[in-house]
Design a protein around this ligand. Structure first.
Ligand SMILES: Nc1ncnc2c1ncn2[C@@H]1O[C@H](COP(=O)(O)OP(=O)(O)O)[C@@H](O)[C@H]1O
Ligand SMILES: [Mg+2]
Length: 484
């Protein structure tokens, strides 16, 4: 708006100046012709008077008549006036009404000393004054003719007024026009942005409208072909990963039957191992433990492939989390005793939440077994608590702990902090990944925090009812042990 205002003001002053100059110069040209003919008329008129009659009433009368004749010749009502004086300033002045010798511009008087014709502009009233030297047989006269410029002045003020109005309108309209044009351009860009956002959100069918043949249409067309290419790629990848998931699920499933047979055979061998030579008996025992691990791994793989296939079902019912925790702790106590870890549970029951007890029991077992396995014989502390919207369990150990960054890595599939160490405890690296999924289907979250050599704390937070909102947790995630 400021820019267009400056431009309009510049153009308007240029226009008004130009028009004003044009008007004045046209008027001046016409006036000069009139003035010249006036001078000729006066010269001729005076020359007709007999030289002998100088200073006589005859001359006076003649001059008076000439002056009247001249001013009558000027347009009526146009305030054209004349003034006729002797060059030496003596004698009578012949003037039309409204002008006197005092009206003679002194500049003009001076200029006429050196030139036969001169003119000047006057303000208030606006007029053009043309002075001319009249050389006659009766001496030198000076004729001043006053041409009013009032009509030019009013034309000019009309032009000025119109320019101001038009300019003002332009100043207002220009930004409006610019706005409209910009919107024309900006709108499709906005559409493109919105389409891109929807695409990014996964709505792969989203396309832009292609209208016309301008740059915007070209943009829309290439945008659409990009979207189509993306969609194709994503579909392919999806198909591929679906095939892979199916494959894993099928393989895992198919393996179960032969494994059961092998298991039965191994059991027979294991039972009869005392009758075998030493090496064979050792092999039977190895077979037994490794088969156990194999079965565990297979069931974990099956579970995770179910999650991947998206057909994990949650059978949620109101369950007391404190009682559930005690059940888990009782089940893993033999392992804790073997490893020399004491299991301490804090939690005043009941803490009831809607949950699938099979899955949550699995999560807790995983956390407690991990804490025992990585807890290096130190006590393991388990806390249960709930607030109005959520329930939580923390499992804290004082063992090897977690290095920086590992608090995320632990939930990655097949990730194991120290595979050589975990080998004899039988981990596959899938336990926490499954626990993570188990919590997630409840709408809850699983977090870990730890310090190397000082232990780790794992916290499961679940909404009171499946799918409820979660903000924060009833229990802190603090790797430093809090005293009971
Ligand atoms: N309480 C813990 N303290 C230290 N490290 C842990 C703890 N729990 C899990 N981890 C690390 O996370 C890894 C993955 O755990 P998990 O998914 O249960 O697999 P697994 O127990 O079969 O190794 C473990 O190998 C271990 O390195
Ligand atoms: Mg584990």
């Amino acid at each position: 708006m400021a820019g267009s205002a400056v431009a309009v003001i510049l153009l308007a002053s240029l226009l008004v100046g130009q028009v004003g100059r044009g008007l004045v110069s046209a008027r001046t040209d016409a006036a000069l012709v009139t003035a010249q003919s006036g001078i000729t008329k006066v010269t001729d008129g005076i020359n007709l008077v007999h030289p002998a009659s100088t200073d006589s009433p005859v001359l006076d009368e003649k001059l008076q008549a000439l002056a009247r004749q001249l001013s009558d010749a000027g347009q009526v009502g146009n305030q054209y006036r004349i003034l006729l004086v002797r060059a030496d300033g003596s004698g009578t002045t012949y003037a039309t009404e409204g002008v006197a010798t005092s009206d003679i511009p002194s500049v003009l008087d001076k200029e006429l000393d050196g030139a036969p014709l001169a003119y000047t502009y006057e303000h208030d009233p606006d007029r053009l004054v043309i002075g001319g030297v009249v050389n006659t047989s009766l001496g030198e006269f000076r004729l001043f003719q006053f041409f009013p410029l009032s009509s030019e002045q009013s034309t000019l003020s009309l032009v000025r007024r119109t320019t101001i109005i038009v300019g003002g309108l332009l100043v207002l309209l220009l930004p409006l026009l610019v706005f409209l044009v910009l919107r024309q351009v900006v709108q499709p860009v906005r559409d493109a942005a919105r389409t891109a956002e929807r695409l990014a959100l996964g709505d792969l069918e989203e396309r832009m409208d292609v209208r016309g043949e301008d740059e915007i249409a070209r943009l829309a067309a290439s945008f659409n072909s990009m979207a189509a290419a993306l969609q194709k790629q994503i579909r392919q990848l999806e198909d591929l990963s679906r095939v892979q998931r199916r494959f894993v699920a099928d393989v895992t499933h198919e393996l179960r039957t032969p494994i059961t047979t092998v298991r039965m055979a191994a059991d027979v061998l294991h039972e009869a191992r005392t009758d075998f030579p030493l090496a064979a008996a050792r092999s039977a025992e190895l077979l037994q433990t490794e088969l156990g691990r194999f079965e565990l791994m297979l069931s974990e793989l099956l579970e995770i492939s179910r999650y991947d296939a998206g057909d994990a079902q949650v059978d949620a019912e109101p369950t007391d989390l404190v009682a559930l925790t005690h059940r888990v702790v009782d089940a893993v106590r033999p392992l804790a005793v073997r490893k020399g870890s004491e299991l301490v549970v804090h939690g005043d029951g009941p803490v009831v939440a809607d949950l699938d007890h099979v899955r949550i029991e699995r999560v807790l077992r995983n956390l407690v077994v991990n804490a025992i396995e990585h807890g290096e014989g130190h006590p393991v502390e388990i806390r249960v608590a709930g607030d109005s919207t959520a329930v939580a369990v923390t499992v804290r150990d004082l063992g090897v702990g977690l290095k920086p960054g590992e608090d995320r890595l632990v939930f990655t599939r097949f990730w194991r902090g120290d595979p050589s160490r975990a080998r004899n405890t039988g981990g596959t690296g899938l336990g926490l990944a499954i626990a993570h999924e188990d919590t997630r289907v409840h709408g809850g979250r699983l977090d870990a925090r730890g310090r190397p050599g000082q232990g780790a704390v794992f916290r499961m937070t679940l909404p009171r009812s499946v799918g409820g909102e979660l903000d924060g947790s009833p229990l802190p995630l603090d790797p430093v042990r809090t005293r009971a």
